[in-house]
Unconditional design. Structure first.
Length: 335
């Protein structure tokens, strides 16, 4: 495989890795992204809101109720800032790349309940996305004795792999997970680490026996990038096409992989490329900064345009400052 393609696939994959949160565009404060039953949502119980937030990580649902959930949780948080409400509100803010706001809310949760494990995990993810690896690691370490050793270790090694010894972190996690039942998150992290090591065969093995039908979007994106790394774009077309119920609900990250796979196959019909083109035009009209990395990658790898690629890569850098975000700017500059 060409070195440039390998670098591109690695760069593209990391945009949606780092566990199982978030995949929606950034609306304005009062925007409702899709048609939703806001009158019903207004009367939802906290348990029902939690279910809606959890469901929002799956295909076709990431934008379904985002605007309404944000408004609802914002009001609840002001009137009753309990740890559970704060945690859910921080997750919704994270999905919109409002990282500073999400960090503030999450830290307030820990002031009330220092043992709130999910919030420590969320803050580790948030700080890692912001490139603040030492702070991320502190929240991973705070999980020790509060969650399983494997969960805490997965968190620590995930952070370390982003700014230190990737190979060593991967080998340590493999050793810890060996012959033990492991959860979806650890499988995801193992696959992502292996992918960054360009060991695509092993990366795919870590995702064996996982049904993509019930998997979060972030994991499906990683699976697709592994297939592209293995030079199997047809697998991407076949599998992702079967996951689609309503094409207009398909997440940008998945639609982008379909467009790239279609282009690699040199297909005579540009079905997915045309659909992605329409999506990109919509995002540009709305100046949709949440999808900045998708837009940059589109203009690098599907419809080459250096000025637009660099523009969106810089917009992305304003929000997220991991190595992958810097790499995206370098890619655009080298076009």
């Amino acid at each position: 495989m060409k070195p440039g393609l390998i670098k591109f696939i690695i760069a593209l994959s990391l945009v949606c890795s780092f566990n199982l949160f978030a995949n929606a565009y950034t609306p304005k404060d009062n925007d409702v992204i899709a048609v939703t039953k806001s009158n019903i949502t207004a009367s939802l119980s906290l348990s029902e809101i939690k279910t809606a937030v959890e469901q929002s990580q799956f295909v076709g649902q990431t934008e379904n109720m985002q605007g309404v959930l944000k408004n609802k949780l914002s009001k609840l948080y002001i009137s009753e800032p309990t740890p559970d409400i704060g945690y859910l509100y921080a997750r919704v803010l994270q999905k919109e790349h409002l990282f500073n706001d999400a960090i503030t809310v999450a830290n307030n949760v820990l002031k009330i309940m220092p043992d709130h494990s999910n919030t420590h995990l969320l803050l580790a993810n948030l700080y890692m996305t912001q490139g603040q690896f030492e702070l991320a690691k502190l929240h991973c370490l705070a999980l020790i004795t509060r969650v399983s050793i494997l969960t805490a270790s997965t968190c620590v090694l995930d952070v370390q792999s982003q700014h230190g010894n990737l190979l060593g972190s991967y080998q340590s996690l493999v050793k810890l997970a060996n012959k033990k039942p492991i959860d979806l998150n650890t499988k995801h992290v193992l696959a992502e680490m292996s992918f960054r090591l360009q060991n695509y065969t092993n990366a795919l093995k870590h995702l064996e026996n996982i049904s993509l039908v019930n998997a979060p979007v972030s994991l499906i994106v990683l699976w697709a990038d592994i297939q592209l790394g293995l030079n199997k774009p047809q697998q991407v077309i076949n599998k992702l096409s079967n996951l689609i119920k309503e094409p207009h609900d398909l997440e940008d990250a998945l639609l982008l992989r379909l467009a790239i796979a279609e282009k690699q196959l040199n297909m005579t019909q540009y079905t997915w490329q045309n659909t992605m083109k329409q999506r990109v035009e919509l995002r540009e009209v709305r100046h949709d900064s949440f999808h900045a990395s998708d837009l940059a990658n589109y203009y690098i790898h599907v419809q080459p345009n250096k000025s637009k690629a660099l523009y969106w890569a810089n917009i992305n850098w304003q929000q997220a400052k991991m190595n992958i975000d810097q790499a995206l700017i370098i890619q655009a500059k080298r076009m």
